[in-house]
Write a protein that binds this ligand. Sequence first.
Ligand code: NAI
Ligand code: MG
Length: 332
Amino acid sequence: MYNLTIIPGDGIGPEVMNAALQVLDCLDIEFSYTEAYAGNGSYKRTGTTIPQETIKQARKADAVLFGAVTTVPGQKSAIITLRKALDLYANIRPVKSYSGVRSLYPDLDLVIIRENTEGLYSGIEEKTDDGATALRVITTKASQRISKFAFEYVKKTERSKVTAVHKANVLKLSDGLFKRIFYEVAEHYPDTEADDKYVDAMAMFLLTKPQEFDCIVTTNLFGDILSDEGAGLVGGLGLAPSANIGYKNGLFEPVHGSGPDIAGKNISNPSAMILSTVMLLRYLHEEEEAYMLENALIEVLKEGKKVTPDLGGNFKTDDMTQEIKRKLKSLK
Ligand code: NAI
Ligand code: MG
């Protein structure tokens, strides 16, 4: 029996969370759930976007499932605070094309590993006389552990190359450090190819020759931007899952936000959340159930009938979820 902390959040967060809980219910694994609050709804109720109780629950769970939150400018970002509080330093964002989904590249399978605790999201901002500054923090410790994580991930998942993405030509000290540490770590992995690219060039290569990349490791903001670009390559944010991994905790969430433009309409694509749930199952070493759930979704996408509008269908979130459950039961 696993205890999962569930943080549905705002907007489409609770809709896609509901889909994830329904498919988890079809598996041969027992879960107990603790629901916790975060986001703008939490702010309105409790005066904070991320109550201490949520952090406490998340810390002691076997794993955390997070929907999405609305971040109102001026309020503390719940997800960034949670990533930092649990030291979830590695953000894994796969970019994978699925058959049946319109994609610029049909056989794409790469992964972006984003440093999750510092960079431009360090949260250190201040007003100046004529504007404001934000501090972009790059440390040896964080650069080392994220590079090591990327090489270990590549080894474990039988990939062959890691590309560091940075802007060391301009940010000589900070990204210069990131790049140097990356190559130092690479020396311990002689069987894995290591190279690097500037982030602006990488943004273009992702569009022109993404097949040449296998695993990208990069700093916080660059990873955030490139992973949305990656999602765009393979069918959109409705299909992009992610894992946030630390030494003691794992938090799984779709890459997308709270989708205010589609919230409440029951048309959000549950795939990103369900693929995040697949990543959660793998984190718990429930490989067989993870495989089955992923395949149920793959089948539904391949058939392309009972899918949500972003995938060209005219079905509701609930219909697509029912179809995934039906496939899952037939695979068992
Ligand atoms: P968004 O990801 O919510 O939406 C971007 C576009 O993608 C919208 O057109 C939306 O309809 C579409 N989309 C997103 N998820 C979808 C799904 N499952 N199915 C179909 N279409 C989907 O990003 P946006 O609009 O920039 O931000 C909205 C709010 O979410 C903001 O308050 C932002 O701060 C927050 N946000 C929260 C994140 C999180 O909780 N981790 C991540 C990104 C944004
Ligand atoms: Mg983002």
